[in-house]
Ligand binder design. Structure first.
Ligand SMILES: Cc1cc2nc3c(=O)[nH]c(=O)nc-3n(C[C@H](O)[C@H](O)[C@H](O)COP(=O)(O)OP(=O)(O)OC[C@H]3O[C@@H](n4cnc5c(N)ncnc54)[C@H](O)[C@@H]3O)c2cc1C
Length: 454
């Protein structure tokens, strides 16, 4: 098959990119999706603004008639145990939705097919080559049959947080945390729903819970916490998870009398971004480009939005504007930096558990003093350790930070100088938190030493 644009992944970002491109021109577009049929996905709450994005993409779905549930807003016990309400109607107008994700993703894909895109399901993209004329050759591994190939002038990586194609192009995923979601589905079975139109969020010492009603009389309940905390407390076991749920004030009331889940779904929910979001003849969209904390309930909205931005960049690139892909990369990375600021602000509103590692990691509380002297002892051991680290900054920036710790005469430098120099050298619009948090991480991992000068 010969395509203008191959899109890897048929999630909201892949479909949105296809639809926005088809709004521009009748490109030959192929969407390659590894699952053979729509599967259950965690991630269902969307704000009222989703409607305007769908309209812009030309998707005309009556979400109520299609079986999705209207959402009136959010209520949260965050900062104290009292439940606060944020109604969509009075805050932004309109109503949001609790989606049936499999159905929603399928209807976006179907709209793309109706407009002329080719969707290949049950087809995993397993590798790529580049022909001498610059076209991409994608190797596909269909669930049935042997490996086949397709060629495309341009590739969109919409493969979700694994960012498969971007990694083949040498991009690196930077993780900001190790957040996991442990989700259980309760069946109401005739039990009357409590606050059915609201997404409920409740902070606890080990993280936070959220609950939302799903179509077909179900309630999804998810505990969000860090991987090490989950391991330490055995929370991925259903009995321990249920016991933790019973200690909540509000979430447990929502599922009182409902039939308990038989198993838990465990989903990574790391905040992460790619250090390279586009390159010659390709770009990444949605979670493949960057992924946000589910607290924002913005993943699907962001995926649709990034598809629209990506299509604009591809259109400009094909029209000869070479800078369009670089601008897309910079614009997307800037959005991630703004998101990190919002995340810090929101988590800082919860002050009840000052010594809880979960909350300390997210509130931007800096333990490192600007006057602390830092030293990097370059050795094969330190370099090997550094290669294994994947948090806060890309590997080349972590390495640069290490080198900045030593002054020209190989003596230690104070943290404030290291941070100032790093920010002066970088071409990215990082806030000072980024190098400071990375330094704390490198000290914790014993790659950088703190030195006490007499
Ligand atoms: C616990 C949790 C709760 C969440 N809650 C919400 C919420 O309430 N509201 C919200 O808006 N968002 C939420 N999200 C986030 C939301 O689900 C994602 O942001 C959204 O799905 C991103 O869409 P996407 O198209 O970028 O990626 P995805 O939806 O992940 O789609 C990627 C697609 O690529 C396919 N694929 C992967 N590799 C290959 C390959 N090699 N070849 C072919 N196909 C491939 C996959 O099968 C998949 O269909 C939540 C996420 C988590 C983890």
């Amino acid at each position: 098959m010969e395509l203008d644009i191959a899109i890897i992944g048929g999630g909201p970002a892949g479909s949105s990119t296809a639809l926005a491109l088809l709004n521009q021109e009748n490109y030959r577009i192929g969407i390659l999706e590894s699952s053979s049929q729509p599967v259950f996905r965690i991630g269902e709450s969307v704000p009222p603004s989703i409607q305007s994005l769908l309209a812009r993409l030309g998707v005309r779905i009556d979400l109520t008639k299609a079986g999705h549930l209207p959402a009136l807003g959010n209520c949260s016990a965050w900062g104290d145990n009292t439940l606060g309400f944020n109604d969509f109607w009075t805050s932004v107008g309109g109503q949001g939705w609790h989606l049936d994700r499999a159905k929603f993703d399928r209807s976006l894909l179907q709209t793309a097919v109706d407009r002329g895109a080719t969707v290949l399901r049950g087809v995993r993209v397993v590798g790529c080559d580049r022909a001498s004329d610059g076209r991409w050759i994608l190797n596909l591994n269909p669930q049935t049959g042997s490996t086949t190939q397709i060629t495309a002038s341009f590739v969109v990586d919409g493969s979700g947080p694994r960012s498969v194609f971007a990694h083949w192009q040498g991009a690196y995923t930077v993780h900001m945390d190790s957040l996991l979601g442990l989700a259980g589905i309760f069946s109401l079975n005739g039990v009357e729903a409590v606050k059915p139109g609201y997404t409920l969020v409740e902070a606890v010492e080990l993280g936070w819970w959220y609950a939302a009603h799903l179509p077909e009389d179900r309630v999804i309940v998810t505990l969000m916490s860090d991987r090490d905390i989950i391991q330490q407390h055995g929370l991925s076991r259903l009995d321990a998870w249920m016991a933790a749920l019973q200690k909540t004030h509000h979430v447990r009331e929502l599922v009182k009398g409902a039939t308990q889940p038989l198993k838990l779904e465990i989903q990574p929910a790391f905040s992460q971004y790619l250090d390279k979001i586009s390159g010659d003849g390709w770009l990444a969209v949605g979670d493949a480009a960057f992924k946000v904390d589910p607290l924002s309930s913005a993943g699907i909205y962001k995926a649709l939005r990034s598809g629209i931005n990506a299509a604009d960049a591809i259109g400009q690139f094909r029209a000869g504007q070479e800078q369009a892909l670089l601008s897309y990369h910079l614009q997307t990375q800037h959005q991630f930096e703004l998101y990190l600021e919002d995340r810090r602000k929101y988590y800082s509103q919860e002050t009840r558990w000052a010594s809880s590692p979960f909350w300390k990691r997210r509130q931007g509380k800096i333990a490192l003093s600007p006057k602390t002297s830092l030293y990097f002892q370059s050795s094969s051991q330190a370099m090997a350790r550094l290669k294994q680290l994947d948090r806060h900054l890309p590997p080349n920036d972590l390495y640069r930070l290490c080198n900045l710790c030593n002054s020209s005469d190989d003596s230690p430098r104070c943290a404030s100088e290291v941070v100032a120099e790093f920010l002066a050298q970088t071409t990215q619009k990082f806030s000072a938190y980024r190098p400071i948090e990375a330094l704390e991480y490198l000290i914790e991992q014993q790659v950088i030493q703190t030195v006490f000068l007499q």
